[in-house]
Design a protein around this ligand. Structure first.
Ligand code: PMP
Length: 363
């Protein structure tokens, strides 16, 4: 509709059309206030009401327990790679990392600057195509913190269950690329964080959900902008927050609630990704998905074809049908289909249809 295309980007990615239309309507004059959201003081009653509603709706969506804080921060998930050690460790403490892909690797590299790191398990030798079996993780004896990347955006590897160690340690999860794509039991995590630009809003907003007892232990030299206590004590407004981004996230939260919450969102997402995985699995190797079936991502679906020429033809044929941003990450090549919440079923159907047609053409 209205000249829009199916954008399979890994992020920033599509947003729901009705959210964009609402934003368009509000652009010059939000709710009769005579000003747009970008022009509002973050201390004014209008924006404060927007921020409060966004937090309340997110709490409802994810059923966030009372003893957790919701923080709207800045700097992307990458900033959290440093903020986590500053807030949750001393330089002598160890974070146990499970390395399941490129984003885990980046988090490890950053944490190493500020605390000790133990890579408790890694699938690097297998090109990050599976999640190491938890019974083989070598967690630090007496260690308190375990970091996982819930969905590896580049490799397409997703946790389907919360690790059992969550009962004994503080589990910290980077959920940037599957946040709000399915229900999650927040109470099993010490902290969940996510950049907004895949499922929930514009780049810049970074959501942190953290159990209260973990807050207030930041190092003395922790930069103010990283400090969870400062953020929590100031309702995420220690400085000027990314107001417009928070507003858009709020509209997305309302939208997800209106369609029936995260159970419904997951149901829809499972159907979408099944269309594509079925096309891969039914292709007798014409399309090859590298990831082990028990941890295939529902959001990011990487696969390859037998040659670069075939993949180039795939992209060209897709572009003719208004489907774009299908190239795999430059580090891995191939094809990657990202189907975040806002990708409509028709988009997933169209790409699956294309896959079937190219397969038929090859025979
Ligand atoms: N973690 C994951 C899983 C990601 O997908 C990304 C971004 N693609 C990041 C972290 C980094 O996020 P940002 O660019 O918001 O810093």
């Amino acid at each position: 509709s209205k000249g829009r295309i199916y954008n399979f980007s890994a992020g920033p990615a599509m947003l729901p059309v009705d959210v964009l239309e609402q934003a368009q309507k509000d652009m010059l004059n939000w709710n009769g206030s005579g000003m747009g959201v970008m022009e509002m003081s973050h201390r004014g009653k209008e924006f404060v009401s927007i921020a409060k509603a966004a937090e309340a709706d997110l709490r409802t969506l994810l059923k966030i327990p009372e003893n957790y804080k919701v923080l709207f921060m800045q700097g992307g998930a990458t900033t959290q790679f440093a903020a986590i050690p500053f807030n949750l460790t001393t330089p002598e403490d160890t974070i146990d990392f499970v390395e399941t892909g490129a984003w885990s690797t980046k988090a490890i590299k950053e944490a190493k600057k500020y605390c000790k790191v133990n890579v408790a398990a890694t699938s690097k030798a297998e090109n990050f195509t599976h999640i190491p079996e938890e019974s083989n993780w070598t967690l630090t004896p007496g260690g308190k913190l375990v970091h996982i990347c819930y969905n590896e955006t580049i490799g397409g590897v997703e946790f389907k269950d919360i690790p059992r160690c969550a009962d004994d340690v503080t589990l910290v999860a980077d959920m940037s690329s599957d946040f709000l794509s399915k229900p999650v039991d927040v109470s099993k995590f010490g902290m969940i964080y996510a950049g907004a630009q895949k499922n929930v809003g514009p780049a810049g907003v970074t959501i942190v959900i953290i159990r209260e007892d973990l807050i207030g232990k930041a190092r003395a030299d922790c930069p103010a902008m990283f400090d969870y206590k400062l953020a929590a004590d100031n309702d995420s407004m220690y400085n000027t927050p990314p107001c417009y981004g928070i507003y858009i996230c709020g509209l997305v939260f309302k939208k997800l609630l209106s369609i029936g919450g995260l159970e419904k969102v997951e149901e829809y997402n499972l159907k979408k990704c099944a269309l594509i995985y079925d096309a891969i699995d039914g292709s007798e190797g014409f399309y090859k998905a590298p990831v082990a079936k028990n941890c295939r991502s529902c959001m990011n679906i990487p696969f390859t074809m037998a040659s670069k020429e075939l993949e180039t033809e795939f992209f060209a044929e897709a572009a003719k049908r208004n489907m774009v941003q299908l190239a795999g990450h430059k580090s891995v090549g191939g094809i990657r289909v990202s189907v975040y919440n806002a990708m409509p079923m028709e988009g997933a159907e169209a790409i699956a249809q294309l896959m079937q047609e190219l397969l038929a053409r090859s025979k």
